[in-house]
Design a protein around this ligand. Structure first.
Ligand code: COA
Length: 321
């Protein structure tokens, strides 16, 4: 059995921050940001929280799937920006939607989070343990970004995306690859919490997101095409046979490089980073939901999903819609 996506949902915070807004805060400009990243604006959570966005996206995905919350056996939430250390965001979603028969847990893999969570759902379904799982990618990066650091604050945005997967004998996830390289984790870092107790205090090293932009860029343009090629080879597919590539929305130039490597046209690489920025673990499910609701998928379509980012982490999925 495979995990097949039968419903999707997403949510973006109400507040929109444009590049022009950022140019009033830090020394930057719209032309620099658009040419380097493809990003024009991003949504920033003010009234919303990680758990409230995860809940709303999850509810929409359930509605799209025509499934009740009670039918769910598992809830997986990928996030690096939870509201609480405990309870997990997944447990908060469980309570909010009334998924009384599900077990809920969070998974941390930064921008690869949703892809890794979907692979985890696939493993549970393949093993015959569960049949109906809600997978959510959600982030409130705005609370861990230094809004005075022009090299990072221009990149990120907040949001949530969700997918309901159910066991299917033929369609769904056919194969996946996933990797981590902890030794290179220093390229993208953020402390979790200040080390402080009765006996001493250790200052934050990276209170906010710190990134070696060029190292991350080089990692992505090498590892993402490599992981996709591995999946294609292993499944005797050519790049041309894939209908759509749904890649993590970090940067337009990274996606262009992947398209060039695969010798595929850019219209097979849909993008929404222009409006959403890099929403980390939420970007793949957000884009999936937008495409699904726009009617871009039909039964039998072959898709590649890819996530990459902090950890370092990266992975790709080959699925039949
Ligand atoms: N506006 C204007 N200038 C900026 C700027 C901004 N927002 N941010 C940095 N600069 C400046 C730098 O200070 C530097 O100036 P200097 O030459 O006077 O020192 C110059 O622009 C070039 O900086 P550099 O870091 O070399 O830019 P870059 O071409 O590598 O682009 C990124 C920066 C972040 C856009 C690019 O490295 C990138 O996209 N990396 C991948 C990041 C990513 O996707 N991370 C998430 C992965 S999940």
């Amino acid at each position: 059995m495979n995990a097949r996506i039968i419903g999707t949902g997403s949510v973006l915070p109400k507040k929109v921050v444009t590049n022009f807004d950022l140019a009033e805060i830090v020394d930057t400009n719209d032309e620099w940001i658009v040419s380097r990243t493809g990003i024009k604006e991003r949504h920033v959570a003010i009234e919303e929280s990680t758990s409230s966005m995860a809940t709303e996206a999850g509810k929409k995905a359930l509605e799209d799937a025509g499934m009740t919350a009670e039918e769910l056996e598992m809830i997986l939430v990928a996030t690096v920006t939870p509201d609480y250390v405990t309870p997990s965001t997944a447990c908060m979603v469980q309570a909010a939607i009334g998924a009384t028969n599900a077990v809920a847990m969070d998974l941390s893999a930064a921008c690869s989070g949703f892809v890794f969570a979907l692979n985890t759902a696939q493993a549970y379904i393949r093993a015959g343990i569960y049949k109906k799982i809600l997978v959510i990618g959600v982030e409130t990066l705005s609370k861990v970004v230094d809004w005075t650091d022009r090299s990072t604050c221009i990149l990120f945005g907040d949001g949530a995306g969700a997918a309901v997967v159910s066991a299917d004998a033929e369609a769904g996830i056919q194969d996946f690859v996933q990797y981590t390289d902890g030794a290179k984790g220093v390229a993208l870092q953020c402390d979790a919490r200040q080390h402080k107790n009765l006996f001493g205090t250790r200052a934050f090293e990276n209170e906010y997101v710190q990134m070696d932009g060029q190292a991350v860029f080089k990692f992505a343009v090498r590892r993402v095409p490599e992981s996709i090629q591995k999946l294609l080879d292993r499944n005797q597919l050519t790049a041309e046979q894939i209908d759509l590539y749904v890649l993590h929305q970090a940067n337009m130039r990274i996606i262009e490089t992947v398209a060039k490597f695969l010798k595929e046209p850019m219209d097979k690489f849909p993008m929404n980073m222009e409006r959403c920025g890099n929403t980390s673990g939420a970007s793949v499910p957000l884009l999936l939901d937008e495409l699904n609701r726009a009617g871009r998928f039909k039964r039998g379509d072959k898709l590649i999903l890819s996530g990459f980012g902090g950890g370092l982490t990266w992975g790709s999925i080959y699925m039949i819609w």
